[in-house]
Design a protein around this ligand. Structure first.
Ligand SMILES: [Zn+2]
Length: 479
C-alpha cells in the first residue's frame, strides 16, 4: 500500500513576549493518537493509502520556541520520514508563524529538512493558519498549502480536509502542481483583519468564489500574516493552487489579481468593533445604556502569544465599578497569586496580583474572598475532546469576580465557560484577554468593545521597535 506521512507541529510565536515556549507548553502525541487527533484519516484510507503518523505537537501562542524544543520535535518527525522514504505523500498541519530562537521560521526549516531526506518525488501538502508569515520560496519545498478562510478561526477542519483531498487528487492523478505565492508589502494585527468585516470579507469572498466555482483552481488563500514577528518574512501573502499542471500560469494570473486587490484595500483595514484605550473602554462599558458589555484586552491576548499577566483593564474596573454593576475579569496569569489563593478557598485574604515584568503587570494587593479552584477546560480543534488546559482560581473583590490562572490562557470558548464555576449571565461587564469578538463571545453580551491596551500584542505597529522587517511595509511605511 502506498504511504502518506501525517502530523501536526504548530506554534504562533510572538517576538515581543519575553519568555520562550518550552517543551512542557506543547500538547504532544505520537502514534495512533496523531491519527485520532487529525480529521483526515477517512480521506486517506478511503483513497487506499496507508497512514504513517509522526507527531501531533502544538502549543498556545507564546514567545519564540526554544531551539532544543524545536529540534527534539523535528527529530521525532524526521525519524519517521527516514524510516519511510518510500512515502508518496506528506500531509501536515503547520501554523506558519512558528519562530524558533536561533533558527527563524520553524515551518521553513522543517520542510527543508524533510526534503533533504525524502527528496522531491514525494508530494507535500499543508493545512495552515491564516496568521502565517510565509518565506518567499516556501513553494520550492511544499507543493500545496492553503490557510483558513476565517478569523477568528472556525474552519480548521475544512482547511485540513481540503488540503488532504488536494494531496490525494494529485497523487491519484499522477501530477504535481505548485502553489503560486505572492508576498504583499503589508501587515496588520489579526484584530484589524477579521473575516466577518471589510476589507477581508471581500477578499475571502473572492477566494471562496475561485475554490467553489472555478474548476481550474484547487485552493486559494489570503495569509493575513502575524505582525508580532520581527523578521524579513513578516507580511501578508496570497497563495493559489491550480487544480492541474496545465493551469499553473492561470493560477499565477489569479494570484496576481488577488494580490492587487488585497494590497489595494490596505488603507481599509480597521478594528471590527468600537475601540478605546484602557480606562475609556471600561468607562464606556460601565456607563453604557446597553448591557451586558464584553471588553477584550487586545494588548495582552494570549492567543497572540502574550504572557497574559496584564492588569491594564482590571485596575480601571476596580476603580470605576458602581453599585449597579457586577464585573467578571477573566484569565489573569499569575502562578504565585494562583497558589496563594488556591490555599485560601473560602477565606478572605490580602492577595497580591501582578507578575511584575513591566508597567501593566506591576503588582497590586487586593482584599479578596476566594471562592473556588477549578480545571480550565478547552479544545485544540473543535472536533476533539476537551482537556484541562490550566487551572484557575475564582475570587471576588467587591462587586468584581476575578479569575487568575497558573498558565497564560484566553477564556473564549462556550465550552470553557460551561465547565467553569462562574455564571456568565450574572454580569453586566465581562473582560477577557483576547482580540476580536469571537462568535462564541457574542452570546454573552449586547455591546462589545475591543480595548486598545498596551502590551505584547499592542495593535499599533508604530508602538514597537522593528529591526528585521522587509521595508517598505504598510502601515509602517506610507506606500
Ligand atoms: Zn490564527
Amino acid at each position: 500500500m502506498k504511504k502518506i506521512i501525517i502530523g501536526a507541529f504548530a506554534h504562533e510565536s510572538n517576538d515581543f513576549c519575553p519568555n520562550m515556549t518550552t517543551r512542557e507548553k506543547f500538547s504532544f502525541f505520537k502514534g495512533a493518537d496523531v491519527i485520532r487527533l487529525l480529521p483526515v484519516k477517512d480521506i486517506f484510507e478511503e483513497a487506499g493509502y496507508e497512514i504513517v503518523p509522526t507527531i501531533y505537537a502544538r502549543a498556545e501562542s507564546y514567545g519564540r520556541v526554544e531551539k532544543q524544543t524545536y529540534l527534539d520535535f523535528e527529530e521525532e518527525i524526521l525519524k519517521v520520514v527516514r524510516e519511510n522514504t518510500d512515502a508518496v505523500g506528506i500531509w501536515m498541519f503547520c501554523h506558519g508563524a512558528m519562530c524558533v530562537d536561533g533558527i527563524g521560521s520553524g515551518e521553513y526549516r522543517l520542510m527543508k529538512d524533510i526534503r533533504s531526506i525524502i527528496g522531491h518525488d514525494c508530494l507535500i501538502s499543508l493545512g495552515m493558519d491564516l496568521h502565517g508569515n510565509i518565506e518567499p520560496d516556501f513553494g520550492d519545498y511544499v507543493d500545496i498549502f492553503r490557510c483558513y478562510h476565517t478569523a477568528p478561526h472556525t474552519d480548521q477542519v475544512d482547511t485540513y480536509r481540503r488540503t488532504a483531498k488536494a494531496l490525494v487528487k494529485a497523487l491519484d492523478g499522477g501530477f504535481r502542481v505548485q502553489t503560486e505565492l505572492i508576498k504583499l508589502k503589508m501587515i496588520f494585527p489579526g484584530e484589524m483583519a477579521a473575516t466577518s468585516t471589510e476589507p477581508v470579507k471581500s477578499i475571502i469572498a473572492k477566494l471562496d468564489d475561485l475554490e467553489n466555482n472555478d474548476p481550474k483552481i484547487e485552493c486559494a488563500s489570503f495569509y493575513c500574516g502575524f505582525m508580532w514577528t520581527d523578521a524579513p518574512r513578516t507580511s501578508s501573502s496570497i497563495a493559489v493552487v491550480p487544480s492541474a499542471p496545465e493551469y499553473q500560469a492561470y493560477a499565477r494570473e489569479k494570484a496576481e489579481e488577488l494580490a492587487d486587490y488585497a494590497f489595494g484595500k490596505r488603507r481599509e483595514f480597521a478594528f471590527e468593533m468600537e475601540s478605546y484605550d484602557s480606562p475609556e473602554s471600561i468607562r464606556q462599558a460601565l456607563e453604557s445604556s446597553i448591557k451586558p458589555v464584553l471588553v477584550t484586552d487586545m494588548g495582552d491576548n494570549p492567543t497572540a502569544g502574550t504572557n497574559g499577566g496584564s492588569l491594564a483593564l482590571l485596575r480601571p474596573v476596580l476603580e470605576q465599578i458602581g453599585d449597579n454593576d457586577r464585573a467578571l475579569v477573566l484569565g489573569i496569569y499569575d502562578p504565585d497569586a494562583f497558589s496563594a489563593a488556591a490555599e485560601a478557598v473560602g477565606k478572605e485574604i490580602d492577595l497580591t496580583v501582578g507578575i511584575g515584568i513591566d508597567e501593566v503587570t506591576a503588582p497590586c494587593t487586593l482584599r479578596v474572598c476566594v471562592k473556588e479552584v477549578f480545571p480550565v477546560m478547552d479544545y485544540d480543534i473543535k472536533t476533539n475532546p476537551l482537556h484541562e488546559e490550566c487551572r484557575g482560581v475564582l475570587f471576588s473583590c467587591g462587586r468584581t469576580d476575578i479569575v487568575v490562572t497558573d498558565k497564560p490562557f484566553a477564556f473564549i470558548h462556550t465550552e470553557t465557560f460551561d465547565h467553569s464555576p462562574f455564571d456568565m449571565d450574572a454580569y453586566t461587564l465581562i473582560v477577557t484577554k483576547f482580540g476580536y469578538i469571537y462568535p462564541d463571545l457574542k452570546a454573552y453580551a449586547k455591546r462589545y468593545i475591543m480595548a486598545n491596551t498596551p502590551g505584547e500584542s499592542y495593535q499599533i505597529m508604530q508602538g514597537f521597535e522593528w529591526h528585521s522587517l522587509t521595508r517598505p511595509i504598510f502601515p509602517l511605511d506610507d506606500i
